[in-house]
Design a protein around this ligand. Structure first.
Ligand SMILES: C[S@@+](CC[C@H](N)C(=O)[O-])C[C@H]1O[C@@H](n2cnc3c(N)ncnc32)[C@H](O)[C@@H]1O
Length: 269
């Protein structure tokens, strides 16, 4: 994937969104994330390091190497880990399809919100598989935009949401990938696969999800494709903006919002 095709881009706003997303979903996605002391872990597609901080704090003593194709994101990730008191964390720039490691280097591979952006996720999973030691494991976390429903479900809110799905598909990604984790891992040659759906449900009794998930994670993600969707003729500016206004209502006393992430783990023999 060329960096320029990456649907969410590398703006400051996107960096902030990734941070809000990681903090809001930390308990839901990482209650069982823990890599043992002394193990060698590869984080593929670390972005600005939001998940890196969580994985690192859950895995004291693990030796974690984080890679990303974006130098700018890696610099932000490095600064984040330094702020956290982890100046020795190793960051490497590179394409996860062609990483500069020998076969059988790692005990674990961690991938979060990356496969959904790749035109060929099976090839990516196979490339990462080659870097695992026999008996090594992989953890993959992805969303699935088809799992989303909300109230009130207006026509314009749905249209704006579908612009995100369609633009991501045009840029070579697949935002409906969460439900495919099991078959993707199996096709890529992994064994002992377990996939667990992790549902986020937000209503007015859960202000942390209204704010951290709907307003700060979901809506900015949809807003991020506004110009591309209008340019592609998918929607008029007025309808898109009304759709965004309607999505804000889902995070108000009258609204609710539901979305499911998928976490897969597997091993190689
Ligand atoms: C949505 S971000 C997720 C970042 C991080 N895992 C998180 O959850 O906050 C996807 C990241 O994957 C990276 N990426 C996409 N394709 C890549 C590739 N072929 N090799 C390495 N990184 C890649 C992008 O640069 C971006 O930083």
């Amino acid at each position: 994937m060329k960096q320029s095709q990456y649907v969410h881009g590398y703006s400051d706003r996107e960096a902030e969104r990734l941070s809000d997303q990681a903090m809001t979903l930390a308990d839901l996605l990482h209650d069982d994330t823990c890599f043992p002391p002394g193990s060698r872990v590869l984080e593929a597609g670390c972005g600005t390091g939001c998940q890196t901080c969580i994985v690192t704090s859950h895995s004291p003593g693990a030796e974690i190497v984080s890679v990303d194709i974006s130098r700018t994101s890696l610099e932000m990730a490095q600064a984040r880990l330094e702020d956290m008191g982890n100046p020795c964390h190793q960051f490497i720039g590179g394409d996860l399809f062609h990483l500069p490691f020998r076969e059988s280097t790692f005990d674990h591979v961690f991938v979060c919100f990356v496969l959904e952006h790749l035109p060929d996720p099976v090839t990516a999973l196979r490339a990462l598989r080659g870097l695992l030691k026999p008996g090594g494991s992989i953890t993959v976390i992805e969303g699935d935009h088809g799992s989303c429903y909300f109230h009130p479900e207006t026509r314009k809110a749905l249209a704006a949401w579908h612009c995100l799905i369609d633009i991501q598909a045009i840029t070579g990604g697949n935002s409906l990938i969460g439900r495919q984790l099991y078959p993707l891992l199996e096709t890529a040659g992994y064994e002992n696969i377990h996939v667990s759906p992790r549902m986020v449900y937000s209503d007015h009794s859960k202000p942390e999800f209204e704010e951290g998930f709907v307003r700060k994670t979901i809506i900015p993600m949809v807003e991020g494709v506004r110009d591309q969707a209008i340019m592609a003729g998918m929607v008029t500016p007025g309808d898109f903006d009304e759709g965004i206004a309607d999505l804000h209502v889902t995070a108000s006393p009258e609204g609710s919002f539901c979305y499911t992430f998928f976490k897969g783990t597997a091993i190689i023999s």
